[in-house]
Design a protein around this ligand. Structure first.
Ligand SMILES: NC(=O)c1ccc[n+]([C@@H]2O[C@H](COP(=O)([O-])OP(=O)(O)OC[C@H]3O[C@@H](n4cnc5c(N)ncnc54)[C@H](O)[C@@H]3O)[C@@H](O)[C@H]2O)c1
Length: 440
């Protein structure tokens, strides 16, 4: 006897969407969808829900005005998800200390969905994973909790997220959205749903595994490209060539890829390659390039700290000279508050271990979060600097730091001090007399 299938719900104005996980990805998506359909956002964090209910998004991805204007409802109570026609899961997929994928949040979210799922509903995962996680790991979890059968009672899809924190151009409303599902009807329903949100168009991938693979290589490719530039930056540094000058010249070629050297942190580029590598090893392939890229990028904090200490040798705290080092920026990326996997922390830790006093200033990051995650006290302003620093280290290209002038450095640095410009931020700024400059 053949099974009776409950068809996937049709997408229309009355569709009820539940977004599970309201972070950098989930909140902008939930707000964008709420302009077209009924959306309930659920987050496991009571604090996050309370802040959103009070109209505050501490990721700064959605403005208070937009949040206030949105019909999005948010909740901490999973039982309220039970009427959803479509669940969209946008929870974190980090790595643990050994760089192994940690699927705990994803599995917990799958169980939450399973407990609230009704026949005919769609379940879409957006979290970045390796090919197979949605169907082989999340699906059984949902089936077990719901007692429903995938493909018969509910329908599974995957739609990777491409947003880029702090990027106001490539928003969820403008970029091409990949969707994929276990059957054509569900894929079409997802194309209709996401098509309401993005003007960039929807691409229906061949299947869920293909969409998972596409996402994970997008970020692994970026990581490898940056690793290459970081490697040549180190080679050229030994040759006393500036990689910035070299790149300026090389970039005049039509097909040279424009990547910059630097720290690779955050929740995506420095993490996702480990997901692909993990699965590669499981199936008996040694992911050489992927892991070499990770090693190079993960070592950049040490490279920068050691290079700067070599410049400071003889004028430093380790030899008893009083001035501290001022590190400008702690978040993983310019103009975003996200501190997760910040590689600046590696620089600070190494300088401290080598005996330097280090202060960190970041006007964008949350001071309480810096303390909680890294035990770093952020210096709140620079008004009392009194030209005391032996080194000003530009670690993150926040707009506030880009605006620095010759006078800014004069106010911060002691005579003979060093500006360590790891981002090449101030290459066009003249340094005050007697102030040295180090850059790649
Ligand atoms: N941040 C990005 O720019 C970006 C871009 C593309 C893809 N991604 C991927 O999207 C996913 C989400 O990333 P993010 O940056 O939005 O993460 P995030 O940490 O900003 O947000 C995740 C939210 O999910 C909540 N959460 C955790 N476990 C939960 C659970 N079991 N049930 C409900 N809520 C739960 C957290 O409290 C948090 O508010 C990850 O897989 C990430 O790799 C992120």
């Amino acid at each position: 006897m053949s099974e009776i299938t409950t068809p996937p719900r049709q997408i229309g104005a009355e569709t009820r969407v539940a977004v599970v996980g309201l972070g950098y990805v989930g909140l902008p998506l939930a707000v964008a969808l709420a302009a077209h359909v009924e959306v309930l956002g659920y987050d496991i964090s009571e604090r996050r829900v309370a802040e959103l209910q009070a109209g505050e998004d501490r990721t700064h991805e959605v403005s208070p005005e937009r949040l206030a204007d949105s019909t999005l409802a948010v909740t901490h109570d999973p039982a309220r998800l039970k009427d959803a026609d479509c669940f969209i899961v946008t929870v974190p997929t980090p790595v643990d200390e050994q760089k192994r994928p940690n699927l705990d949040a994803l599995l917990a979210a799958a169980r939450t969905v399973g407990e609230q799922l009704a026949p005919g509903a769609l379940v879409v995962f957006e979290s970045t994973v390796w090919p197979g996680v949605t169907e082989d790991i999340c699906r059984p979890e949902i089936e077990q909790r719901s007692g429903l059968t995938c493909g018969v009672d509910f329908h599974l899809g995957y739609s990777p997220e491409r947003i880029n924190p702090g990027d106001r151009e490539h928003t969820v409303e403008r970029i091409v959205k990949i969707v994929a599902a276990q059957d054509a009807e569900t894929a079409q329903a997802l194309a209709t749903l996401y098509g309401k949100v993005t003007a960039g168009g929807v691409f229906i991938a061949k299947d869920i595994r293909t969409a998972e693979a596409a996402k994970v290589i997008e970020n692994a490719q970026r990581d490898i490209n940056i690793a290459f530039i970081n490697e040549v930056a180190q080679i050229f540094h030994k040759m006393e060539l500036s990689v910035h000058d070299v790149l300026e010249a090389a970039n005049t070629k039509w097909n040279f890829l424009d990547f910059k050297p630097g720290l690779v942190g955050g929740h995506c580029i420095g993490v996702d390659p480990y997901y692909l590598a993990h699965r590669a090893v499981e199936i008996g392939h040694d992911p050489e390039i992927i892991l070499a890229g990770r090693r190079i990028n993960d070592s950049m904090g040490t490279f920068f700290a050691d290079s700067i200490m070599a410049q400071l040798a003889g004028s430093s705290g380790s030899t008893g000279t009083p001035g501290p080092i001022l590190v400008l920026g702690l978040s993983f990326k310019e103009n975003v508050p996200d501190l997760r996997n910040s590689q600046v922390v590696d620089i600070v830790a190494r300088l401290r271990v080598c005996g330097y006093r280090v202060q960190v200033h970041d006007p964008v990051a949350d001071a309480a979060e810096a303390k909680r995650l890294y035990d770093i006290e952020l210096k709140s302003d620079l008004a009392d600097a009194n030209a005391q620093y032996i080194c000003v280290l530009g670690a993150v290209a926040h707009d506030a730091f880009r605006a620095f002038t010759t006078e800014s450095f004069a106010a911060l640095l002691a005579p003979g001090g060093l500006v360590a410009d790891i981002k090449g931020l101030w290459r066009d700024v003249a340094m005050p007399a007697g102030i040295r400059r180090w850059t790649l």
